[in-house]
Design a protein around this ligand. Structure first.
Ligand code: ATR
Length: 279
């Protein structure tokens, strides 16, 4: 039941029409009886978006494409991790003071560390965009040895230099001598569900394979990995864990993980269309 005390939360981005976050967070609020509502705001100008957040007293926001980097200069403060990554996807408003965090990084680390520790592991990330940057920063901060694999060499080399990682062009990948492989590109996403950036023959049973694509839940890469005997992590895991971090930051309550996960599974059973990287 909404009333004058209801706290407002939002996903802010452009576009946001296909975001799964409103369904997931509203389900989470009702699950624990929290007096909150979560909506989607399509915002072209993030400076105005942050001004609105302050003036309307919006308590928290998930920030998505294309604002994760440009938002930084309109915040009062940033968590050290977000500052080091150079991207913010989470904002909390405390009496008009806006602080930014990066839950993409923390969500990915939780998803992996539920399966295996990262210290001393050889990790390869396919892709060199915003998601690769956040996850790459996280895994190196946990003591993993990182290799980036990317289609465009100049982009990959630049990120590899920033993360102190090795770099291999995707076209020159011959084998996968790693412990963990993390796929961060949009390859394999609906509707191109039969595509994978990795030839199936490169996958060996000792690899842990994670795909951040969650539509479909079982991408071609994950199907191939399962067939090769690999352990796998699907895109829902990172998505739910990054959202759980936001929920706990905003409400100071433990996130109802199972209900959040189920709300997403319900949506994915009835797909409309999904955007890569969309919160
Ligand atoms: P995000 O912020 O979600 O990570 P992004 O910044 O657009 O998204 O990054 C997309 C990544 O996926 C890039 O590394 C891109 O490779 P390029 O640097 O070569 O553009 C990669 N990518 C996208 N489509 C791809 C494809 N068809 N094959 C290989 N890599 C692809």
């Amino acid at each position: 039941m909404m009333n004058a005390a209801t706290q407002v939360f939002a996903v802010i981005g452009n576009p946001v029409g296909h975001s799964l976050s409103p369904v997931m967070f509203n389900r989470a609020f009702s699950e624990i009886g929290y007096n909150g509502v979560y909506v989607a705001f399509q915002v072209a100008d993030i400076q105005q978006g942050m001004a609105a957040m302050r003036s309307l007293g919006i308590r928290g926001a998930s920030i998505t494409i294309p604002h994760k980097v440009s938002i930084q200069k309109f915040l009062d403060e940033q968590d050290i991790l977000a500052e080091n990554i150079g991207a913010v996807n989470t904002v909390i408003n405390t009496d008009g003071k806006l602080k930014g965090y990066n839950s993409d990084c923390l969500g990915a680390l939780t998803a992996i560390e539920k399966v295996t520790p990262l210290k001393g592991k050889r990790v390869a990330i396919i892709g060199s965009g915003g998601a690769a940057r956040a996850i790459g920063f996280g895994v190196t901060s946990r003591g993993s040895e990182l290799t980036l694999i990317n289609r465009t060499a100049s982009t990959g080399e630049k990120l590899a230099a920033a993360l102190d990682a090795d770099f291999i062009p995707l076209s020159e990948m011959q084998s996968l001598p790693y412990d963990i492989l993390i796929q961060t590109t949009s390859v394999g996403m609906t509707p191109h569900i039969h595509r994978s950036p990795v030839p199936a023959g490169f996958l060996t049973a000792d690899l842990l394979v994670m795909d951040i694509v969650y539509a479909p839940l079982k991408t071609q890469l994950l199907k191939d990995a399962e067939k090769a005997g690999c352990r796998t992590i699907n895109g829902l895991s990172m998505f739910v864990h990054q959202a759980a971090f936001q929920f706990e930051l905003w409400t100071q309550n433990p996130a109802p993980l199972e209900a959040m996960k189920q709300s997403l599974l319900d949506c994915l059973d009835n797909p409309v269309s999904f955007t890569h990287g969309d919160s």
